[in-house]
Design a protein around this ligand. Structure first.
Ligand SMILES: Nc1nc2c(c(=O)[nH]1)N[C@H]1C(S)=C(S)[C@@H](COP(=O)(O)O)O[C@H]1N2
Ligand SMILES: [Mo]
Length: 391
């Protein structure tokens, strides 16, 4: 490639649309999967009227949310590489120019800033570090639409270039029509050129390798046989009874109430109310469920739970099996309530669990009892349950 002379069509060296479009395609794929799985997770937690989420397969949410975090993490190095490849173009003069150009520039500014914001807040959330705690979920949700809209505008604007670039071989140097794109490669100071001895193919393979490495570094917190290499994942570690802890009983302020000998589980349906002590719960038919805790933050861990079926508890108060069932915790915090739709509360795998891996629940896993249901986000698997309401 040493005979390549930089020209004004922007198609020489590493800043060629041929390479940029391919890196962009990988990034677009990650963003698409990340958006779809994120939307799904949002709907499961805040179901619109039309939304239906099955109780089986029990591991499905574990997979979709694992994909959400893995594709989001993978998008970070891909975005950095793409920005590095295009950044001289970001500052090409005139910065604003004609109205059409101003719109195009504006959309790029929104695209870059919203994507960086989204990936960064998501990453910090996996580390449970939220300087913005109360706004994360809503902001992350709202911003996802900004990201996707600006990606779509960007693709629409660049479509002719993208199509030609993807159809052309990666290494060739014949011109791709790129007139709408002020060239940056004719700047001799531009550092990324094929003349430097690195081929586009090498950079593209390197991009795939770096993306794969980022994915693997996080995948271990949800894929058991990859756990040993999850060196970047915040939650690859173990917790009591072999399952990590999201929030401890001490942090939730329930140490006293959960250990209170007068603890009762209250179940109500309309005016019918029943109170059960732990030994009464233990005297009911016990069932086992092998179900994961699949945290929205991307980690998951399999548990073997034993306890009373939710449907048996509903039957105790003659509750209607077609109704939502609400679970209320001893604590008053953000995650103190969750509601199961009828198809999930009626599933035989849905339990008020008293035991984990054959031992009584540790207090940090929700003693005296917790909800565990199939195909649910971890955040809805309420610990330290004190009240069940058939709605
Ligand atoms: N009452 C209550 N239940 C809760 C939480 C909480 O903070 N309070 N955290 C939830 C979250 S986000 C997850 S991922 C799971 C984790 O369960 P574990 O700590 O037993 O692994 O519990 C869920 N149940
Ligand atoms: Mo979680």
């Amino acid at each position: 490639m040493t005979d390549v002379v930089p020209n004004t069509d922007g198609d020489t060296g590493l800043r060629s649309p041929r390479l940029i479009a391919r890196v962009g395609m990988l990034l677009g794929l990650c963003i698409t999967v990340c958006f779809a799985t994120g939307l799904l997770s949002h709907w499961i937690q805040h179901p619109p009227g039309w939304f239906y989420w099955p109780s089986r397969p029990a591991w499905l949410y574990q997979v979709t949310q694992g994909l959400h975090v893995i594709t989001g993490v993978t998008a970070i190095p891909l975005l950095l590489i793409k920005l590095q490849l295009v950044y001289p173009r970001l500052f090409v003069r005139p910065l604003v120019g004609s109205p059409a150009r101003a719109v195009e520039r504006g959309s790029i500014a929104v695209l870059v800033s919203s994507t960086i914001f989204q990936l960064l807040t998501g990453l910090l959330n996996t580390a449970q570090w939220y300087p913005w705690k109360f706004f994360f979920t809503t902001t992350h949700y709202a911003m996802s639409f900004v990201v996707v809209a600006s990606v779509l505008v960007h693709i629409a604007v660049k479509l002719p270039i993208i199509q030609r670039a993807l159809r052309s071989p990666l290494e060739a140097t014949d011109a791709i029509d790129n007139r709408s794109e002020p060239a940056a490669t004719d700047n001799p100071a531009s550092p990324l050129r094929a003349q430097d001895g690195v081929s586009r193919r090498t950079v593209f393979r390197g991009t795939i390798a770096v993306g794969a490495l980022a994915a693997l570094a996080f995948a271990g917190q949800t894929v058991p046989f990859l756990r040993w290499m999850a060196f970047l994942a915040p939650r690859s570690g173990e917790g009591p009874q072999g399952v990590p802890i999201n929030r401890t009983a001490a942090a939730a302020g329930v140490l006293e109430t959960a250990n209170d000998p007068d603890y009762r589980l209250t179940i109500s349906s309309g005016t019918v109310t029943k109170e059960l002590a732990i030994d009464q719960l233990q005297a009911m038919p016990q069932h086992g469920s092998e179900l994961p805790i699949a945290c929205v933050e991307g980690w998951s861990a399999q548990g073997k739970w034993d306890g009373v079926r939710v449907r048996d508890l509903v039957a105790l108060v003659d509750g209607n099996r077609d109704h939502d069932v609400r679970f209320i915790s001893l604590e008053a915090g953000l995650y103190s309530v969750s509601t199961l739709p009828p198809n999930i509360s009626d599933d035989p795998l849905s339990l008020i669990a008293l035991r984990l891996h054959g031992e009584p629940l540790s207090i940090d896993h929700g003693y005296p009892c917790r909800l565990i249901a199939p195909n649910r986000p971890g955040v809805l698997q309420t610990k330290w349950v004190t009240r069940i309401e058939i709605l």
